[in-house]
Design a protein around this ligand. Structure first.
Ligand code: ADP
Length: 152
């Protein structure tokens, strides 16, 4: 049984994230979407709303589950039986950020990180910019599936 953890803040969970999960399902039997939260990092969208939103997107897919965690991702993986971490790569900036974390996670817990590239049309989607659009009253449906679930 190959089980991967897809960690992130997912504030909000975008079509780019969705694409990475669907690609991950071709490699892993199960994908656990793990929403990391810590008290010092203020999010825009409520944690429970993010759980509800992501859960609704994968309602028909029994191999995907959604959990929240705080603290080390490697500890979360060990607790939940995930042997791999899944991350998306958009560009070299993502790679430069991700590489040392992946190597240190492997040293700490023997957990391999698998990087997947999204569909090129989704490459430019970025949660930070989506939040700015939302805060300014813009529509985010081009970037987030079913955004109504996030705010109701
Ligand atoms: P974090 O706060 O951990 O960076 P994010 O929620 O921003 O979490 O992103 C989680 C993962 O999804 C990261 O690996 C990030 O590189 C990846 N990701 C974000 N946006 C996209 C996208 N448009 N296409 C592919 N991967 C993406």
């Amino acid at each position: 049984m190959r089980k991967a953890c897809f960690p992130g803040s997912f504030d909000p969970f975008t079509k780019g994230h969705e694409d990475i999960v669907r690609r991950g399902l071709t490699l892993f039997d199960e994908v656990v979407i793990a929403i990391g939260h810590n008290t010092s990092k203020q999010s825009l969208f409520d944690l429970n709303a993010r759980v509800k939103h992501i859960t609704s997107l994968f309602a028909g897919e029994k191999r995907v589950s959604v959990q929240t965690y705080s603290g080390l991702t490697t500890v979360f993986c060990e607790k939940t039986g995930c042997t791999h971490i899944l991350r998306g790569l958009r560009d070299n900036k993502d790679f430069n950020y991700e590489q040392p974390i992946a190597l240190m996670n492997r040293t700490m817990a023997s957990i391999e990180t698998v990087f997947l590239l999204p569909d090129p049309v989704l490459l430019a989607i970025n949660s930070t910019i989506v939040r700015e659009i939302y805060k300014s009253g813009g529509k985010i449906d081009a970037f987030v599936t079913n955004p109504a679930q996030l705010v109701n």
